[in-house]
Structure formats: C-alpha cells, structure tokens
Design a protein. Structure first.
Lengths: 182, 168
C-alpha cells in the first residue's frame, strides 16, 4: 500500500461515519466543538504543563505526588479534545488527511504519547516518592521538557491547520505525507 | 466608514499581518495567541481547581511560583492580540462578541490579581480552610476564562464586517 492508497482508504472510511454529521453541519455545532477543543487544550496544557514545570524545578516545595493529583484534569481535557477532534476529522476528512500541518500534529501527538509511556514506565515510581523540596532526576527533567515542547508544537500545528488546507494546492495538487503547497 | 480604522487598515504593519503569505505573519501570531491562551487560562484554572478542593496536598502558597509563567502567557496574548486587532480592526471592533471576550478577560485577570494578592500572601492559609470568598473567586475565574475562550473562538463565526472596504 502506498501512502496515497492509505490516505484514500482513511478518507472513505472516516467519511462514511455519518452519526455526527447532523450536529457538525448545523449552524453552531462546529463552532461550539471548536470552543470545547480550546477549553480542553487549556485544561491539558495548564495542568500537565504545571506538572512538567515542577519536574523542571519550578515550585520545588510542592511534592511531585501531590501535584500529580491534578493530572486527571489534564486527561479530562485530552479526552474532550480526542472526542471533538474526531468529530472534525470524520466530518471533513479531506481537510485533514491531505494537510501537512495535520501530519505534523499527529506525529507530535504520537511522540507525546511515547513520552508519557516513558515517564510512567521509567521514572514515575522514582519521582512519586520525592518529598517537598526534592529535585527531580535528570531523566524526569528531560521528559518534562519534552512534554512542554511537544504540546506547544501540537498547539502550533493545530492552529496552522487552517492555513495548510489542501484547497490551497489546487485541484490535483500534491498529496502524500508532508506535501507542501503554500 | 471610520477614518481611524481606514487609516489603521492601510498601515504597513496591518497590511503585512493580513496579506503576507509568510507563515510568521498572521498564522504564527494566531498560534502564539493560542499558546498564551493555553498557559494563562490553563495555569489559572489549575490554581482554581486546587482552591476548589482538587489535589489537596499541594501547598496552596507554593502555587505562586507559577504566577510569573502565567503573567508571561498573559502578556504574550496581550501583544499577539493587539497585532491581530491591528490586522483586522473593523472585524473585531464592530462585533459585540469581541467586547464580551474583553469583559471576560478583564474579570478573569482581576480575579487572578486578587488571588495573587489575598490567597498567595496568607501564610496561614495552608493550615486552615480556604475562605468562602476564595472558592467563589476560583469558580468565577473558571467561568470567565471559559467565557473568554468561547467568545474568542466564536469571533470567527459572528463578525459582520471584515474591513472598512466591504461587508464580508
């Protein structure tokens, strides 16, 4: 299967999801989902970003395990955004599947996912027992810094989606991974 | 036609932000505005959630260490917001939703300052219960940040005049 064939298969498969289309094509459906996507984004970057900053050394007198109790709120924001994001994707799959900003956003989200897995498998048990005033180990700092970098990148590519929509390429324009047309 | 808006829209800066195909013109200014939004509303919301009872073992007083980052995000958005306004002044200023957004931000920032002044400067707070007023402030802060985000996003769908030149 070529990249082009995979994209075409995704286009028809995602495009065949009809259930959310009545909501998303109504007057306020799409705008309200966008607003919720931005609220979810803020909740995620606020709580997870705060945790990352603590790993990097801000507010060391807060025990890491105590601040970790805010993470479920960030996961809540993430879930809101997966749901609303999927609703955009199945309503207008062509606007995303052929969009290089979307490709980079998905790539960064995959790496951010691996970063989370690395954190919980390699360093969580070590940092969770640290008390007030303790500095996180270097590995945890790298993971926290990577998290801030990746989520900031995800916001940037998400916001740039609008400007890399495939119609800018014109009919029969380039497709495939990271095709550029601007 | 408003002569001031007409002049503003004709300045080199306004034209460049609006019309340049450079990704660092309108697209990246909008991206900075979104990053700032995430951090200023998100970090404020995290503090509000703690005040309202989440993550009780977090010493409230220490959350003030995140205030500098919150203010940096706020100023990033003040600057990027003014640049976006310079690009499309008529679009924003003729839309009532824009004033709803500014009002929400005004209240949210006033509450943030109030929390910074009262709650973060009371060393006895971590020993006892958070006063009722603090909880009301935290709840109102969440409401106004969400309101600012909704109003801001809906600007793209509610404007009636894009520029002095035309209706759309």
């Amino acid at each position: 299967m070529t990249v082009y064939e995979i994209q075409h298969w995704l286009l028809t498969t995602l495009g065949s999801v009809e259930i959310v289309k009545p909501i998303m094509t109504s007057k306020w459906g799409w705008p309200i989902c966008e607003s919720l996507h931005f609220v979810g984004l803020s909740l995620l970057i606020g709580t997870i970003g705060m945790f990352d900053m603590r790993l990097l050394g801000v507010a060391k007198r807060i025990p890491i395990s105590a601040l970790h109790r805010l993470i479920p709120w960030g996961i809540g924001g993430y879930v809101v955004n997966i749901i609303t994001g999927s609703m955009f994707l199945v309503t207008a799959p062509d606007q995303y599947l052929y969009n290089s900003a979307f490709h980079l956003k998905m790539l960064f989200m995959a790496v951010a996912g691996l970063n989370v897995l690395t954190f919980y498998s390699a360093v969580f048990r070590k940092v969770n027992v640290l008390g007030a005033g303790a500095d996180a180990p270097l590995a945890a700092k790298w993971i926290g810094g990577a998290s801030l970098f990746l989520w900031t990148g995800i916001i940037i590519f998400g916001r740039l989606l609008t400007f890399y929509r495939p119609f800018a390429c014109g009919k029969g324009g380039p497709t495939g991974f990271l095709a550029t047309c601007l | 036609m408003d002569p001031f808006l007409l002049w503003l829209e004709s300045t080199a800066l306004s034209v460049w932000i609006r019309e340049s195909i450079n990704v660092f013109a309108f697209p990246m200014i909008l991206a900075y505005h979104t990053i700032g939004m995430g951090f200023v509303a998100g970090l404020s919301a995290a503090v509000d959630l703690r005040i309202l009872g989440a993550a009780r073992r977090v010493p409230l007083l220490e959350l003030k260490r995140f205030l500098p980052a919150t203010w940096v995000a706020f100023w990033l958005n003040a600057v990027s917001g003014v640049l976006l306004l310079i690009a499309y002044p008529t679009k924003a200023l003729t839309n009532p939703v824009f004033y709803v957004k500014l009002t929400c931000i005004g209240f949210a920032v006033a509450i943030l300052r109030s929390i910074a002044k009262s709650i973060f400067q009371n060393p006895n707070l971590d020993l006892g219960e958070i006063p009722r007023r603090g909880k009301w402030l935290a709840g109102a802060s969440l409401f106004f940040w969400a309101g600012a985000i909704f109003a801001g996003r809906l600007l793209a769908y509610t404007y009636t005049r894009l520029s002095q030149g035309g209706t759309q």
